[in-house]
Design a protein. Structure first.
Length: 206
């Protein structure tokens, strides 16, 4: 969470400064932008942290920016700020996965608390994503023969049954299994099967 940054996008200088000062006072690092286009042009803020976003802005609107993020599979949590209780806009933002919709001027104490919650949850999301990527990278090092063996293990076959099915010696199966555990860094066969399912789910989503 210490490395997370809150990105504030608002064309209203006073509103932007108010939110910025509230977060800085709470020791939350911030980066500010006066338009959605300015935010997009910054190559940095598209991975971790939290985005506080004005809804109505000249040029690209808040909703358009959220759509831009989601189209690129960027799951950064978003808090939308608006000067109007626009129900259709609220619904659209929530459909796009916005975490919060607040009316201006936002209660700064509540805003800071919500930001802290989202930064914490985003840090956990990034940690899980890193673990999943590590699992996928490890599984990518397996040979086709080893991947076939993983499938057979996952199907519940014993080493003896696998040896018969693959036409190899039982000791060869055991050696392959040992190598697979080392390559994937799985603690045991059960962990190997669980990792295999994670890698498969990730590949399906990708």
């Amino acid at each position: 969470m210490n490395d997370s940054i809150v990105y504030i996008v608002d064309d209203d200088p006073k509103a932007l400064e108010s939110v910025q000062n509230a977060l800085i006072s709470a020791d939350v690092p911030v980066r500010t932008y006066h338009s959605a286009e300015e935010f997009i042009q910054d190559s940095g803020p598209h991975n971790v942290g939290c985005l506080i976003l004005d809804l109505r802005m000249p040029g690209m609107t808040g909703i358009k920016l959220i759509q831009w993020l989601r189209a690129r599979h960027i799951e950064m949590p978003v808090i939308v700020l608006s000067g109007h209780a626009d129900i259709p806009a609220v619904v659209e933002c929530m459909k796009l996965g916005a975490a919060e919709f607040l009316l201006k001027p936002a209660n700064t104490r509540m805003l800071v608390e919500r930001v802290r919650e989202l930064l914490q949850s985003d840090a956990l999301r990034c940690e899980e994503r890193a673990k999943t990527q590590e699992i996928c990278d490890n599984f990518a090092t397996l040979t086709d023969r080893e991947k076939e063996l993983v499938e057979l293990i996952a199907s519940g076959l014993s080493s003896k049954q696998i040896a018969a099915k693959m036409g190899i010696a039982l000791k060869t199966v055991e050696n392959h299994r040992s190598h697979m555990l080392a390559k994937t860094r799985a603690a045991n066969v059960a962990s190997l099967v669980r990792m295999k399912m994670i890698a498969a789910d990730h590949a399906a989503v990708a």
